[in-house]
Design a binder for this molecule. Structure first.
Ligand code: A2P
Length: 217
């Protein structure tokens, strides 16, 4: 019935502490501000604009999407495959409402999304669904590869795209593509993977307290 369906959330995930949210947003904004001034970025501008001569203001290009979080399981109020099984996992019940320290290890930008990669610990992986990577057709990537925080989406792009963009970059790495090392920035090393895909590996991962919970919307 309707009530039963409502008892499952839109998604489960880790919700970043609000003071850290500001820090993450600022770091991402600083990165975007620097990225679109780099000659290497301008050289590949066409990936973002469709036209070589056009300029782009990355800070305006992406739209923020609500409270910062790392989705573990998208349940769609029970309509998503495996939603009920996930909600009933002992680890999900045991850790519900608990605090965790998330490690944000990289920032990535594509013409569709901007996000932060999350490197999960063994304990955090207990809350990670076994099929999250498979669902995206990247079955051979390690469990937890898709873990991320969506920081913004281009106009008309849904946040689900952020994890897919991250997996695409990781799949390229796994296939042996080194990418093109662009430069060492203050925040870390910047690599270009073609087709508008940029990855900044953070020198110092951003450590963020986060609560494992769910969102009903
Ligand atoms: P993400 O985790 O990349 O931010 P929406 O607002 O579109 O309903 O999405 C709510 C949250 O669930 C977002 O955080 C979103 O993406 C995530 N999400 C949406 N659809 C999926 C999906 N099919 N698989 C995994 N996560 C999803």
């Amino acid at each position: 019935g309707q009530l039963e369906e409502m008892s499952l959330p839109l998604y489960f995930g880790w919700f970043l502490l609000s003071s850290i949210q500001d820090k993450v947003r600022c770091t991402a904004m600083d990165f975007l501000k620097t990225l679109d001034t780099l000659e290497a970025f301008k050289k590949h501008l066409i990936d973002f604009t469709g036209k070589a001569e056009k300029e782009v203001d990355l800070e305006q290009y992406f739209e923020a999407k609500g409270t910062l979080h790392c989705t573990t399981k998208f349940c769609d109020y029970g309509k998503a495959e495996g939603a009920k099984d996930y909600a009933e996992k002992p680890a999900v019940k045991d850790f519900y409402g608990s605090a965790f320290e998330l490690s944000l290890s990289a920032l990535f930008v594509t013409p569709r999304t901007v996000g932060a990669r999350v490197s999960l610990t063994e304990e955090q992986l207990l809350l990670w669904p076994a099929d999250a990577e498979k669902e995206a057709g990247s079955a051979s990537l390690p469990l937890g590869s898709r873990a991320h925080v969506t920081l913004g989406c281009a106009e008309g792009v849904e946040p689900v795209q952020t994890g897919l963009d991250l997996l695409e970059i990781l799949a390229l790495q796994q296939e042996g593509h080194q990418g093109e090392l662009i430069e060492e920035m203050e925040l870390g090393s910047l690599t270009y993977y073609g087709e508008g895909r940029w990855l900044l590996s953070l020198r110092e991962p951003i450590c963020s307290s986060a609560c494992f919970s769910s969102f009903y919307g």
